[in-house]
Design a protein. Structure first.
Length: 128
């Protein structure tokens, strides 16, 4: 059995330490939240949010703005939001990210029609 030179062992440890420091550190980067915004109309509200996204240079992949395809009643807009939310959640199993928050933008002058939409939105974790 031969004993290794202590000075040589020390150099070897320093070398290993140096090599370890040179390797890139692996970390986990948090992704930005994904938002879905479903607007009651198909023109003015989506255009407003799209301009907002462009003005503040938000990542287009993180915010999706859609209209309700001509369904202008509050409950119909909430149904559209639920449909998109569920579709994204199902797609997440195949590699597409689900939305972190889903918002439904409604006109506030519907009176009692808004109550059913609010209840359905709350039951499906959609914010109005």
């Amino acid at each position: 059995m031969s004993k290794q030179d202590p000075q040589r062992q020390s150099k070897s440890k320093k070398y290993q330490s140096l090599v370890a420091d040179l390797h890139r550190k692996q970390g986990v980067r948090d992704l930005e939240a994904r938002f879905l915004i479903v607007c009651e109309d198909d023109k003015s509200a989506p255009a407003y949010f799209t301009a907002f996204i462009d003005n503040f240079s938000l990542a287009a992949s993180r915010v999706k703005v859609i209209g309700s395809d001509g369904h202008t009643q509050p409950l119909q807009a909430v149904d559209k939001a639920i449909e998109y939310k569920d579709r994204a959640a199902d797609a997440s199993q195949s590699g597409t990210e689900a939305f972190d928050q889903v918002w439904c933008v409604l006109d506030g002058d519907y009176g009692c029609k808004i109550h059913d939409a609010r209840n359905k939105a709350n039951a499906n974790e959609i914010k109005l």
